[in-house]
Write a protein that binds this ligand. Structure first.
Ligand SMILES: NC(=O)c1ccc[n+]([C@@H]2O[C@H](COP(=O)([O-])OP(=O)(O)OC[C@H]3O[C@@H](n4cnc5c(N)ncnc54)[C@H](OP(=O)(O)O)[C@@H]3O)[C@@H](O)[C@H]2O)c1
Length: 443
């Protein structure tokens, strides 16, 4: 076992290391060098990168003033007692998780940008950090430069945050904004890939898994309860078409991939869904690759944080802020480490109330509208607005429903799907329109 380093609060020079020297890692190094004086003024310390773990040291890199810092041997970082903090910016679940556990055991605090590792194995990681008595900080794992973790766990400590609504994936928001401009799904994806907003394999973004991991982390911090990726009910934007975007426009709304985490009594609901957002709602104004998180709670009504949710320098700014925070704080209590402390039940599927938009395609026959209305009424679901557009010898109905539990809406749609006039499976998307809360029993 390596000797446990102690961070001397007197030392000006503080050697640090990076796991990963890619987009984010190089940007962390650059920020530490270019802002060394500011950091020293604020903290009395200079954080100096002495080692960075990579796979291929020969690969060309954007910013590398000193190639001798690169290593392929993790033990050089783990076993160097002078290294006081490690920033994990390599991504992936393994070997990353094992490396982090070994760093904790060696007494090194870690800062991470890794949302999937925390959303899938947060319990293990925070447990290992706590057992070793070191900090694990993770601001960069959610929405890059937006300081939402710090605000949730520090600034809002006496506020019961009961709902978090967010646009937490820049790739899909860029694509949906592009589709509003007329592009189809494939064209919007190609443009996002051309501009570097989407990976060659975009599955984690367009399938909703990236947003779901971020929502699991946000919900865990907001509600003080461990919520993992497996607890998040998520759907991406792969089925969103120009027809949905055009219908939203007709209804004075926009389509957005919205993550929501809601506290209902002692239950939580965390989900990610393509949703229709009222143009008056602040989330509707979040365009392009930007992210935004709205926090609603007892004392604050609501707070919205908006900003760039990805990018090397943007993410690195949060990594560096966490490294500086470690130098500036001591101990491993609630404010520095794991923020979860209780167990909540998962709200049963279908119980969360929401307004919905429903798309139904039918043969245009007398009485069909009445039969659809009857099916909604049978499940105590009521219609707020209806637009009908002609399609070849039939009609497309764009229906906005008043707030109702999703289960009742889905049961009424199952009944409507059985009608002989119904042409295809009706589709329901949640509508985001209210800025307050209703129907959830909150005071
Ligand atoms: N990029 C963003 O906008 C962004 C935003 C928020 C969060 N993040 C998170 O930040 C982390 C890093 O992202 P990134 O965009 O910087 O990734 P990246 O450009 O692919 O860089 C990854 C780095 O880690 C190294 N690496 C990967 N696996 C390794 C292994 N098994 N052993 C040794 N080195 C290994 C790579 O080495 P080589 O250079 O030799 O290949 C590379 O230097 C991820 O967790 C990501 O989710 C990124």
């Amino acid at each position: 076992m390596a000797p446990v380093p102690t961070i001397s609060t007197d030392a000006v020079d503080v050697p640090v290391a990076l796991l990963g020297y890619g987009t984010v890692g190089a940007a962390v190094h650059r920020l530490l060098v270019e802002n060394a004086e500011d950091i020293e003024r604020a903290t009395g310390h200079r954080l100096r990168v002495v080692k960075a773990l990579v796979r291929d040291p020969q690969r060309a890199r954007k910013w590398l003033p000193d190639p001798t810092i690169l290593t392929t041997d993790f033990a050089e970082i783990r076993d160097d007692p002078s290294i006081a903090i490690v920033a994990e910016v390599m991504g992936g679940i393994e070997p990353t998780g094992t490396y982090m556990r070994e760093l904790f055991a060696a007494g090194k605090p870690v800062v991470t940008a890794n949302k999937q590792l925390l959303a899938q194995r947060g319990g293990d990681m925070f447990g290992a950090a706590k057992a070793a008595g070191v900090q694990l900080r993770f601001e960069a794992s959610v929405c890059a430069a937006i300081p939402v973790i710090k605000v949730l766990r520090e600034s809002l400590i006496v506020t019961n945050v009961r709902r978090v609504l967010g646009i937490v994936n820049g790739t899909t928001n860029f694509m949906l904004t592009n589709m509003e401009g007329g592009a189809d799904y494939a064209g919007a994806l190609a443009e996002a890939q051309r501009l570097g907003y989407a990976e060659a394999d975009p599955t984690e973004d367009v399938g909703g898994g990236d947003a779901a991991a971020k929502m699991a982390i946000l919900a865990s911090v907001a509600f003080g309860c461990r919520i993992t990726l497996a607890d998040v009910d998520f759907q991406g934007i792969t089925e969103v078409t120009q027809a949905h975007v055009a219908a939203a426009r007709e209804l004075q709304m926009v389509v957005r991939l919205v993550g929501s985490a809601t506290l209902v009594g002692s239950s939580y609901d965390v989900r990610v869904r393509p949703s229709l957002v009222d143009r008056q709602h602040p989330l509707a104004a979040v365009d392009g690759a930007f992210n935004a998180v709205m926090l609603q709670g007892d004392a604050i009504r609501e707070i919205m944080l908006e900003g760039p949710g990805a990018g090397g320098i943007e993410t690195a700014s949060a990594v560096v802020a966490d490294m500086v925070a470690i130098m500036g704080t001591h101990g491993t209590g609630f404010l520095q480490n794991d923020s979860t402390w209780r167990t909540l039940q998962k709200l049963p599927a279908g119980e969360l109330p929401s307004p919905f938009y429903v798309h139904i395609e039918v043969d245009d026959r007398p009485g069909v509208l009445a039969r659809i209305a009857e099916r909604f009424a049978a499940h105590e679901v009521s219609v707020s607005r209806l637009i009908q557009t002609p399609i070849d010898s039939g009609a497309a109905m764009h229906v906005v429903l008043h707030e109702a539990p999703e289960g009742r809406v889905l049961r009424s749609l199952a009944d409507i799907a059985e009608l002989p006039e119904t042409r295809s499976r009706p589709m329901a998307l949640p509508v985001v329109s209210d800025r307050g809360v209703s129907g959830l029993g909150w005071s």
